[in-house]
Design a protein around this ligand. Structure first.
Ligand SMILES: Nc1nc2c(ncn2[C@@H]2O[C@H](COP(=O)(O)OP(=O)(O)O)[C@@H](O)[C@H]2O)c(=O)[nH]1
Ligand SMILES: [Mg+2]
Length: 358
C-alpha cells in the first residue's frame, strides 16, 4: 500500500466554495417555471436553499473522504504526517469540515421547510437570505481549516512514498562510509530522491528484485549519520518513523577511517541507531574492504570475508562481497517475510548479545 498524496485534490478556499454553491443554486432557480407567482417564488427559494446546501455538503464531505484516514494507514505514514504537519491538526481540521457539512445540511433543511410552510413571498425571500447568511458564516468558521489543509497538502504531496508491502532496508552509518555507493551498486536503475518533512533532508530510495520481491533500499542523508544529540524534534520524529518501515537496518562501518569518522565515533552512532530502530533487525557490514591493511582473510574468494565479530566485509570499488551481502540480506528478509525470527541466519547482530568493542 502506498499513499497517493498527489491524488488528493486541491482544497478550495471558503469563498471559492461559496461561489460554487451559490452559482449552482442560482442556475437551479433560473430553471423554475410556474405562472403562479407564489408557487414560482416558493420553488425558486427552495431550490436555492437546497441546491446551495447540497452542493456545499457534498464538496465538504468529498474533501473529508479524499484525505486518507489516519487510523487505516501504516505507522510509518502516520509518523511522517506527525513530523510534517501533526496528526492532531490533521484530524481536527478534517473533523471541522465534517462538522460544517452537517451544520449546512441542517440550516438548509430548516429554511427549506419554512419556505414550504408560508404563503408570504417576502418571507420566502427572507428565509433564503437567512440560509445564505448562515451558510456563509459556517464556511467562514472553517476557513482556517480549509487554509490549513491546503497548505498541508502541499507538504504532504512531497513526502516519501514507500511501499509498505515491499521489504525495506534502511542504510545507516557515518558520512562517507560508502552508503550511497552501496545503494547504487545494489540497485537496478538510479535511486529515486524523495523529500522528507524538512526542506534540507532527502530520502534516497533504490530497488532490486529478488525472490519475486521488490526490495527497497533507503538512505537517509543527514539523519542516521551523525550523533543524535544534535537533532531537533522534527528530525527525531522522522527517525522514529523509520522504525516502522521495517525489515532490516544495514549499518556500514568504515574501519579504514578514510571517510573522516574514527571507528569509536562510528560505534557510538551504531549504538544510537540500534537503540532508535530497535524494532528492526540490524546487520553490521564493513565497507571499503579494499582499503584494509592487511586485506581480510580469503579476500576476493567466493565466500564472504568476515571480521572476527562476524561482520561481513565488502568493497564496492572492487566489486567484492556485494553479491554475498545481497544474499545475506535476502536470507534475512525471507525470514522476516515468513515471520519466524528464530530462524535468523548465523552472524546476525543480536541486540541482547551486543558488544560494541571491535
Ligand atoms: N576505496 C573505497 N572507497 C569507497 C568504497 N565505497 C565508497 N567509497 C568512497 O567513499 C566515498 C564516500 O562514499 P559515499 O557512497 O558517498 O558515502 P556516504 O556518505 O556514506 O553515502 C566516495 O569517495 C566513494 O568513492 C569502497 O568500497 N572502497
Ligand atoms: Mg551518501
Amino acid at each position: 500500500m502506498r499513499i497517493r498524496w498527489k491524488g488528493v485534490p486541491t482544497v478550495l478556499f471558503g469563498n471559492e466554495l461559496l461561489d460554487k454553491g451559490f452559482s449552482k443554486a442560482r442556475a437551479a432557480a433560473d430553471r423554475v417555471d410556474d405562472s403562479d407567482r407564489t408557487f414560482r417564488v416558493r420553488k425558486q427559494m427552495k431550490r436555492m436553499i437546497q441546491t446551495s446546501g447540497d452542493t456545499l455538503y457534498d464538496a465538504l464531505m468529498d474533501m473529508v473522504h479524499q484525505w486518507p484516514s489516519l487510523d487505516q494507514m501504516p505507522l510509518f505514514d502516520q509518523s511522517m504526517i506527525e513530523a510534517a504537519v501533526g496528526c492532531d491538526m490533521y484530524r481536527k481540521n478534517l473533523a471541522s469540515l465534517q462538522w460544517a457539512a452537517g451544520q449546512i445540511r441542517s440550516v438548509s433543511s430548516q429554511n427549506a421547510k419554512k419556505v414550504t410552510r408560508t404563503a408570504n413571498i417576502e418571507y420566502m425571500h427572507e428565509c433564503r437570505r437567512e440560509a445564505y447568511g448562515r451558510i456563509s458564516s459556517i464556511i467562514a468558521q472553517v476557513s482556517g481549516s480549509l487554509k490549513w489543509l491546503n497548505e498541508a497538502r502541499e507538504v504532504l504531496k512531497r513526502l516519501p512514498s514507500i511501499d509498505q508491502t515491499d521489504p525495506c532496508v534502511v542504510i545507516a552509518g557515518s558520512p562517507n562510509v560508502g552508503k550511497s555507493a552501496l545503494i547504487r551498486a545494489l540497485s537496478s536503475g538510479e535511486p529515486e530522491v524523495n523529500s522528507y518533512p524538512f526542506t534540507t533532508k532527502r530520502l534516497h530510495v533504490g530497488h532490486f528484485d529478488a525472490n519475486r520481491l521488490r526490495i527497497q533500499l533507503v538512505d537517509t542523508p543527514g539523519l542516521l549519520d551523525r550523533p543524535m544529540e544534535k537533532r531537533n524534534d522534527i528530525e527525531m520524529q522522522a527517525i522514529a518513523a523509520l522504525e516502522h518501515l521495517g525489515s532490516l537496518v544495514l549499518f556500514l562501518l568504515d574501519l579504514s577511517e578514510s571517510g573522516g569518522s574514527d571507528v569509536d565515533d562510528q560505534l557510538r552512532l551504531l549504538d544510537e541507531v540500534s537503540e532508535l530502530l530497535g524494532e528492526n533487525e540490524l546487520l553490521v557490514c564493513v565497507s571499503k574492504g579494499d582499503l584494509l591493511d592487511p586485506l581480510p582473510e580469503s579476500w576476493g574468494e567466493e565466500s564472504l570475508s568476515c571480521t572476527d565479530e562476524g561482520y561481513p566485509i565488502i568493497s564496492v570499488i572492487d566489486g567484492i562481497g556485494v553479491e554475498g551481502l545481497r544474499e545475506l540480506m535476502m536470507e534475512h528478509i525471507m525470514v522476516v517475510q515468513k515471520g519466524d525470527p528464530m530462524n535468523l541466519p548465523e552472524g546476525w547482530h543480536r541486540r541482547d548479545l551486543e558488544d560494541s568493542s571491535l
